[in-house]
Design a protein. Sequence first.
Length: 143
Amino acid sequence: MQEQDSLNLEQILKQASMPDKTVIITTLNEAWATQNTMIDLFLESFRAGNDTARFLHNLIIVALDQKAYDRCVTVHLHCLQLRTDGVDFSGEKLFMTSDYLRMMWRRIEFLRQVLEEGYSFIFSVCFSFFWKQKNIHCVFSTI
C-alpha cells in the first residue's frame, strides 16, 4: 500500500470506527457500482432496517477501481480506493480464476492492514442486507 493510501486508511478508520474500534467493511468494483445495482440496495438496507441506519457511519466501502471509487463518493461518506499496481479489478471476476484469486488475496492483505492498525472489523459483501439491529449484534456476539 502506498504511503498516501496508508494515511487515508488511518484517517478513515478513525472517522468510521465505533468506540471499541470496530468498523464494517465491504468492497466494491465497477461491476456492482452502477446506479440502481447492489451497492444501492446494500445502503438502502441500512436506511430501511430497524435501527440500522446508525451503522452507516461505521461502514467503509473499499473501492477496487476508479469507477467504483467515483460512484462511492457520491453515495457514501467513508470510501477508500484500494490501488493494486498492474491489475484491473473493474469487471466481474469468475470464481477461482487467476484474477479472482488475485482480487481475494489483495482483499485479505487489506484486511490484515486494518487489523495491524488495531481495529476490528465486520466484513460484509454487498449482497448482505441489514434489516434489524439484531443482525449486527448477532455478528458481534460471534466475534
